[in-house]
Design a protein around this ligand. Structure first.
Ligand code: PRP
Ligand code: URA
Length: 184
């Protein structure tokens, strides 16, 4: 059994996205070379939400693509072949500022795979990383440039990003295993 703790409400997610968009614009200056790459699966809708916020703040439509990291994973021999999602990058990456977007960063291995994947599509001038939640436990020297919420977790917990369009509600929740002591 799991105990569910709300970490971010829909309103808090909205405010967090506004802050992240503002920080991204502060760092990029005019976003004419900025492109967003959402990582499948939940990084993709998150990248679109972030692009919407950037448009609200700057009145500029920033291109959004999606990145599937399946073939770049370092654990394919352990987990077996998975059906890949689609990478869609309908714009030139060369000399752009590519902002990787994902819902959660944990070990950092997904981002390592994403960096390798990007190499097959072009050579951005810079690659930045935005995440909604950093739950710690990094196994690689990878750190987000923009973080919605830093959330210390234990390894047996899960962080879940619920999306209005997919799940009927927006929320970030922490799922904690319940042991017998919690039930007493
Ligand atoms: O830093 P890491 O240890 O690589 O973990 C982070 C990744 O884990 C989750 O994805 P998951 O593998 O659960 O797939 P999903 O995006 O399809 O839910 C999350 O959405 C990140 O992409
Ligand atoms: O390459 C990867 C990506 C995510 N998780 C892993 O363990 N390896």
């Amino acid at each position: 059994m799991m105990k569910v703790v709300e970490i971010l409400s829909a309103e808090e997610i909205r405010r967090t996205l506004t802050r992240l968009a503002s920080q991204i614009l502060e760092k990029s200056g005019h976003p004419d070379r900025l492109v967003l790459l959402g990582i499948h699966s939940r990084g993709v809708p998150l990248a679109h939400l972030l692009a919407e916020q950037i448009e609200v703040l700057e009145n500029v439509s920033v291109p959004v693509g999606s990145l599937d990291i399946t073939f770049y994973r370092d654990d394919l021999d352990r987990i077996g072949v998975r059906t890949p999602e689609r990478t869609e990058i309908p714009f030139d990456l060369n000399d752009k500022i590519a902002l990787l977007v994902d819902d959660v960063i944990y070990t950092g291995r997904t981002i390592r795979a994403a960096l390798n994947a990007i190499q097959d599509y072009g050579r951005p001038e810079a690659i930045w990383l935005a995440v909604l939640v950093d739950r710690g436990h990094r196994q690689l020297p990878i750190h987000p440039d923009f973080t919605g919420k830093t959330l210390p977790t234990s390894k047996d917990e899960q962080v879940k990003f619920w999306l209005e369009d997919w799940d009927g509600r927006d929320a970030v929740e922490l799922l904690k295993p319940i042991d017998n002591g919690d039930l007493a």
